[in-house]
Ligand binder design. Structure first.
Ligand SMILES: Nc1ncnc2c1ncn2[C@@H]1O[C@H](COP(=O)(O)OP(=O)(O)OP(=O)(O)O)[C@@H](O)[C@H]1O
Ligand SMILES: [Mg+2]
Length: 507
């Protein structure tokens, strides 16, 4: 039935009750650290170079403020920003925007405090101030956004006066954190200060990629800088960096980079203990899902393959990078602390998880011999995805050592071979693959799945042989093979082939 928007007899307007609704906005399930991270997302999007966090103890009058030197907001922008649901989650966002729901500022703040005051200044504008006071909204039962700070709050916003632009978010009446504690309640004060450490550790992890880049972002907590915590120990010599795998989904790319961290005997105890992370080695294994470089999930097997957090897999950590255009596919939640992979990616992620777990188990059991340290840069793909005039193409990588060698050797055959390659590229049965994959995602065979070992060995041997005959030395050819699609998943077979060659060489 079509609805006539002008016919008022067709509907009732049922607006949410302000007093009930604003209290419900408190219950999204944040904790202090996830709530603060949500505000930092806003500052980074602003984009701020410095963010200063202050935790001030004064019993029931304690407060927390988050100040940034981002572009700030005009008065009209601030009013808009304070509205719950300031932007629809369906709207497309800038690629580096860390927001999605138009809620975080409000829901994160209300989860921790009953009074949220925001002061903001955009270049060449006066400071604008607005305040949500939960007790006041409750009392008047209307969405009344106050235009002034509370009486004793004004001086907590002073810092903005000397800045050309920036924003201060002030949380007062911290009922969930300090309640009605007296100022001289030392136990409550200690608890409050302990939370500062918890917050610091969380932010060091969630924003490590921003903090690691020079001149990108400095985060200060009660005047001291927060140092980044990188879950992958990429600089440790004994860390194994397995091949990077880009997975395509709806024209977007998810980048999956598995790491196996070093056995404790291979690094100094301090580094090892620090690398354990906030929740310890066992809890911090699994996928690390990043959205625009901001960590959402810190160690989780994402319900894949029935995998559990097993002691022997604790050295496996896998970095997954998503763009913000995949938010709904990955079921990102408002708190930015959950992500669930879409069904079509599960098979690949499960496979990568399985391989990384296997390798991690070997290292854990001390059997892991590093055949070669691999980095993502020397990984060779046979297929490349290209986009031209908005259309996607799949072409063969002409720089792939096998293709290069084949074309070089082809001589008289070369024009025929080139024509054949181009025909292969132009006739990739994309519709068929898409339909089959969406209807039976688990029924698609993986490369060489079900092939007998002898056949696979022949292929690996032939590739290795081709490389050697084309001027690669043994070590280069070995490294190339180890990082060549799809052999990177058959390291045991490569070891067999290498051994055969070595034995031949010895003879
Ligand atoms: N520190 C800040 N500096 C500049 N603008 C800000 C700042 N904090 C919030 N804003 C503005 O307020 C808007 C609302 O913020 P809010 O966190 O509620 O939603 P969001 O970031 O759009 O989405 P999400 O709910 O996913 O966080 C932002 O989109 C931004 O325009
Ligand atoms: Mg936000």
């Amino acid at each position: 039935m079509g609805l006539n928007a002008n016919d008022t007899s067709m509907y009732d307007i049922v607006e949410p009750r302000a007093s009930a609704m604003i209290e419900s906005l408190r219950a999204f399930g944040y904790n202090l650290q996830t709530a603060i991270a949500d505000l930092i997302d806003n500052s980074i999007t602003a984009p701020a170079r410095n963010i200063w966090l202050s935790f001030c103890w004064d019993g029931a009058n304690s407060y927390i403020s988050i100040r940034d030197d981002g572009h700030g907001m005009t008065e009209a922008q601030l009013i808009h920003a304070m509205r719950p649901g300031s932007q629809s989650p369906l709207e497309e966002r800038e690629p580096d925007d860390l927001g999605r729901f138009g809620l975080g500022l409000k829901t994160a703040s209300f989860s921790q405090c009953r009074r949220l005051t925001v002061a903001s200044r955009s270049e060449n504008h006066a400071v604008a101030i607005r305040r949500w006071d939960l007790d006041y909204v409750n009392q008047v039962d209307e969405w009344r956004l106050l235009r002034t700070p509370a009486e004793d709050s004004a001086q907590k916003l002073n810092d903005l006066e000397t800045m050309p632009h920036g924003t201060i978010v002030l949380w007062e009446c911290l009922d969930r954190i300090v309640g009605a504690a007296k100022t001289d309640d030392h136990k409550a004060q200690d608890d409050f200060l302990e939370t500062v450490e918890v917050v610091e550790n969380h932010l060091a992890m969630v924003f490590h990629r921003f903090l690691e880049k020079r001149n990108r972002l400095k985060l200060w907590i009660n005047h001291h800088p927060i140092e980044p915590w990188n879950p992958f120990l990429p600089d440790a010599q004994a860390t194994q960096i397995l091949p990077l795998e880009p997975l395509s989904f709806n024209g977007e790319t998810v980048r999956v980079q598995p790491y196996v961290l070093p056995h404790h005997s291979k690094i100094d105890p301090d580094t090892y203990n620090k690398a354990a992370g906030i929740n310890g080695w066992n809890a911090q294994q699994g996928f690390y899902v990043y959205r625009n470089e901001r960590l959402l999930v810190a160690g989780d097997w994402l319900g894949l393959g029935g995998y559990h957090k097993d002691e022997h897999c604790k050295l496996a950590r896998i970095q997954v990078d998503l763009p913000n255009s995949m938010d709904s596919d990955w079921n990102i939640d408002i708190k930015k602390s959950r992500a669930r992979p879409p069904a079509l990616l599960k098979t690949d992620l499960k496979r990568i998880a399985g391989l990384t777990r296997k390798r991690a188990t070997e290292i854990y059991r001390h059997r892991g011999k590093v055949i070669a340290r691999q980095t993502s840069t020397d990984y060779s793909y046979l297929w490349e995805q290209k986009v031209k005039h908005g259309k996607t193409f799949y072409s063969l990588n002409r720089k792939h050592p096998m293709l290069e060698a084949a074309l070089n050797q082809a001589e008289a055959l070369s024009p025929t071979l080139k024509a054949l390659l181009s025909m292969i590229e132009e006739t990739v049965p994309v519709p068929l693959i898409v339909v089959n994959n969406s209807e039976h995602p688990y029924a698609q065979a993986q490369p060489f799945e079900g092939a007998n070992t002898g056949d696979l060995l022949k292929v690996v041997t032939q590739v290795f042989d081709t490389l050697l005959r084309n001027g690669w030395d043994f070590k280069e050819a070995r490294n190339c093979l180890l990082s060549m699609e799809p052999f990177q998943n058959h390291q045991d077979l490569i070891a067999v082939v290498l051994e055969q060659y070595q034995r031949q060489g010895d003879r």
